[in-house]
Structures are given as structure tokens and as C-alpha cells.
Design a protein around this ligand. Structure first.
Ligand SMILES: Cc1cc2nc3c(=O)[nH]c(=O)nc-3n(C[C@H](O)[C@H](O)[C@H](O)COP(=O)(O)OP(=O)(O)OC[C@H]3O[C@@H](n4cnc5c(N)ncnc54)[C@H](O)[C@@H]3O)c2cc1C
Length: 379
């Protein structure tokens, strides 16, 4: 292998290029990123406590760099009917997405990869000379689209609408606020990712979104409406836009992960709903797994087959949890008929049933409160 082309400088492409160049210093690795180095969409991203353990084991230096820049907390709050139910012992960390890219870029620049920022790939014909082509170009991957039928790509859009904002309001913990409004049920996923910056994602069923009339307005109108709907949480702090358009979450799946010498990584290959906070982790793990397979095999075709064989079962488990979580949010109006403790219990079980025994050990205070609530309800 002498010549590798990576398309996309998000977490998957940056980290893959860095690991590949470290493993094979003689290989010529080129990376095209359509945006400038310091541009990104969105705000902070969240990781569950154990989500970065894989990185500590595999790459202690990058793990240390990333974790040093994180905000961390132990509890998760679910607010429903104005009542806050705290689920203790969950453990999350969050990081500025732009800072994550900056740290990965630093690691990459030290390795000698040939990076072209502000360079969009218009056609895969431009890179046909590469021995290995890595499509790390996100949800709307051009690399994937060039062979979509062979990849067996399926993209299904979720039924809810969401928009991703930032805010200067500081939240103590990852919080899910649910609210009945004049339009219907809405929710916000909010958590801080820097000492004085938080992510604020607003989500609602399509029917509710239609009632808001936002389809007819620009992103500033969406911002203003969400500031009103979540005024108690924002306490006068503004929401900040960054391409905060109302989207339906795309579930990307592929029947096969490589076609000839082209392989997909990260969101180009599979997406995970933001409510389980795992898309970035999957992208980084994909990069590790692909480089490991390339190190283990002499032929590229064998390495791509090994990559899919070893990684697919792990990814499928996680995307199944993501799908279940997405569907739970789509049914939030129904769940919101539950009393706050029952609702929080349903929330924490949304993507995989966790036994009461496990919950009692991880979240003892929450389970005490839940049992008291059940006992009172039974009287
Ligand atoms: C609302 C929302 C919230 C999220 N929250 C979280 C979270 O809390 N935690 C988490 O882990 N994940 C979260 N995610 C998911 C996470 O953002 C993605 O899973 C992750 O960014 C995937 O990394 P990637 O490198 O595969 O793709 P991307 O980050 O999308 O990077 C792809 C890159 O390819 C570039 N590109 C695209 N086309 C071309 C082209 N033709 N030529 C050159 N360059 C190109 C793009 O500019 C981009 O930089 C969230 C996603 C959304 C939508």
C-alpha cells in the first residue's frame, strides 16, 4: 500500500489518517476537507462515561488530550411537568466539537499527512489513482453516493424535527426537559460543554413542528420561538445558531461496508441518534478498527473484509440502541402521559431494558425515589 486517499476531515477522517500514518509512515496519505480547518457545524458533543475507555486503552495520549478539555458530571436530570427527577450515577462528559477537531488536527499535523482544507471532492474520478479510498465524508457522503446501489445504502429519516443550538446558559448536568406547549409536546437535550457554553438541541414531533409554522420561516425565527418555549431553562440567555435548521434525523445503514478499494467510515457508514451520544465515538472506533485490520492483513481486500467482519456486530448493537431511543422520542407525547418518576424510568429504559437490580446498583438514589413513588401510587 503506497497511496491512500481520505475524504472528509471530521472525527473519522482525521483520526483514521493520523493512526494510519503512524502505523505506515512510508504510505502517502492525502486528506481532503471541504471546509477550512476551523469550521464546523453544531456545538458540543457528549460521551457517556465509559465511551472513551476504548481510546484510553488504544491511544492514551489522544485520550489524555481529549479528556483534559472535557466538562464532566455524574447525574442526568429528566424534567417533566416541571418536576426534576435526578438519575444519579450515569456519568457523562462533553466537549466542544470544534475543540475535538482542533486536537485531532494537532495530532494529525505531527504525523506528516498531506491535508488540503477548503478542498471539496466533486467526483470520485478525481481520486481514482489511490490504492485505498476512505469515505469519511459524513451523512451525505459523495464517496458512498458514487456506488450507493453496490453499498446497498438505506437512509430512513426519523419522524421528529430537531434543531441544534448553543447557549451561554450553564447547566449543571445533562438535562432532558419535556414540555407541553400550545403547539404540542417539545423537548430539549441540554448540557454544558465548556464552562460557559452549552449545547441545546430542541426536538418535536412533525405535527407539532407544522403547528409552529416554522416551515415558513428562517433559522432566526426558530431560535426566537425556542427561546420563548424554554425561557425558564435559559433564564434570559440567548440561543445561538450555527446552521440550526430543522431536520429529520437520517438513519444511514449500508448492506456492505466496502466496494472494491473503497471503504466507508463514521457517519458515511452508519449514524447514531444524538440522544445516545455515540456517533463520534463510533467514528473514532471505526478508525481504530480499520487501521488494525490493515496492519493485520497484507492484501487491502482482506483487510476491508476483516474490518467489516469484526466491527459490524459491535456497531449493529449500538445502532439498535440508537434506533430504539429515536423511536422513544418519536412517541414522547404518549410517554408524557406518565407521572414524572414513571416517565424517567421509561426514559432510562428506552434503548435497552436495564434490570432493576442493575439500576439499583448504578442509580441507587433514583431507584429509592422510584420505589417510593410506586408504593404511594399503589396506596
Ligand atoms: C444534533 C446532533 C447532535 C449530536 N450530538 C452528538 C453527541 O453528543 N455525541 C456524539 O458522539 N455524537 C453526536 N452527534 C453525531 C456526530 O456529530 C457524528 O456522528 C460525527 O461527527 C461523525 O463523524 P464523521 O467524521 O463520520 O462525520 P462528520 O463529522 O460529519 O465529518 C465529515 C466531514 O467530511 C467533510 N466533507 C463532506 N463532503 C465532502 C467532500 N465532498 N469533500 C471534502 N470534504 C467533505 C465535511 O465537511 C465534514 O468535515 C450529533 C449529531 C447531531 C446531528
Amino acid at each position: 500500500m503506497r497511496n491512500v486517499m481520505v475524504v472528509g476531515g471530521g472525527p473519522a477522517g482525521l483520526y483514521f489518517s493520523c493512526l494510519l500514518k503512524r502505523a505506515f509512515p512510508a504510505v502517502n496519505v492525502r486528506l481532503y476537507e471541504q471546509n477550512p480547518a476551523n469550521a464546523t457545524y453544531g456545538f458540543g458533543v457528549v460521551f457517556s462515561e465509559r465511551a472513551l475507555d476504548f481510546l484510553r486503552e488504544d491511544d492514551a495520549e489522544t485520550h489524555a488530550l481529549i479528556t483534559a478539555a472535557m466538562e464532566s458530571w455524574q447525574d442526568l436530570n429528566v424534567i417533566h411537568r416541571g418536576e426534576r427527577v435526578c438519575i444519579d450515577g450515569i456519568g457523562f462528559s462533553a466537549l466542544d466539537r470544534l475543540e475535538l477537531l482542533r486536537l485531532l488536527q494537532l495530532r494529525l499535523h505531527a504525523t506528516g499527512v498531506d491535508v488540503s482544507y477548503g478542498t471539496a471532492l466533486d467526483s470520485v474520478d478525481q481520486i481514482s489513482d489511490a490504492e485505498l479510498i476512505v469515505g469519511a465524508d459524513g451523512v451525505n457522503s459523495l464517496v458512498r453516493q458514487a456506488s450507493e446501489s453496490t453499498f446497498g445504502t438505506r437512509i430512513e429519516r426519523g419522524r421528529n424535527r430537531f434543531a441544534w443550538f448553543g447557549t451561554t446558559q450553564r447547566f449543571d448536568a445533562l438535562t432532558q426537559t419535556f414540555r407541553h406547549t400550545e403547539y404540542g409536546a417539545v423537548t430539549a437535550h441540554h448540557y454544558r460543554y465548556r464552562p460557559h457554553m452549552s449545547t441545546f438541541i430542541v426536538e418535536m414531533p412533525e405535527t407539532v413542528w407544522q403547528r409552529t409554522g416554522l416551515a415558513e420561516h428562517d433559522e432566526q425565527a426558530g431560535r426566537a420561538l425556542c427561546e420563548t418555549l424554554f425561557a425558564p431553562e435559559l433564564e434570559g440567555h440567548p440561543l445561538i445558531c450555527n446552521r440550526s435548521i430543522w431536520r429529520r434525523f437520517p438513519r444511514v445503514r449500508n448492506g456492505r461496508w466496502s466496494v472494491a478499494n473503497t471503504v466507508l467510515l463514521g457517519d458515511a457508514l452508519h449514524t447514531a441518534h444524538f440522544s445516545i451520544g455515540s456517533g463520534t465515538r463510533l467514528a473514532l472506533e471505526d478508525a481504530i478498527a480499520l487501521v488494525r485490520a490493515l496492519k493485520a492483513q497484507t492484501e487491502i481486500a482482506d483487510a476491508l473484509a476483516e474490518f467489516e467482519a469484526t466491527r459490524r456486530p459491535v456497531v449493529e448493537k449500538l445502532v439498535a440502541a440508537s434506533d430504539a431511543s429515536l423511536v422513544w422520542y418519536e412517541q414522547m407525547e404518549e410517554h408524557m402521559r406518565l407521572a414524572p418518576y414513571d416517565f424517567a424510568y421509561s426514559y432510562i429504559n428506552r434503548s435497552a431494558r436495564v434490570s432493576d437490580r442493575t439500576l439499583t446498583s448504578t442509580s441507587p438514589a433514583f431507584m429509592d425515589g422510584y420505589r417510593s413513588h410506586r408504593a404511594e401510587a399503589a396506596e
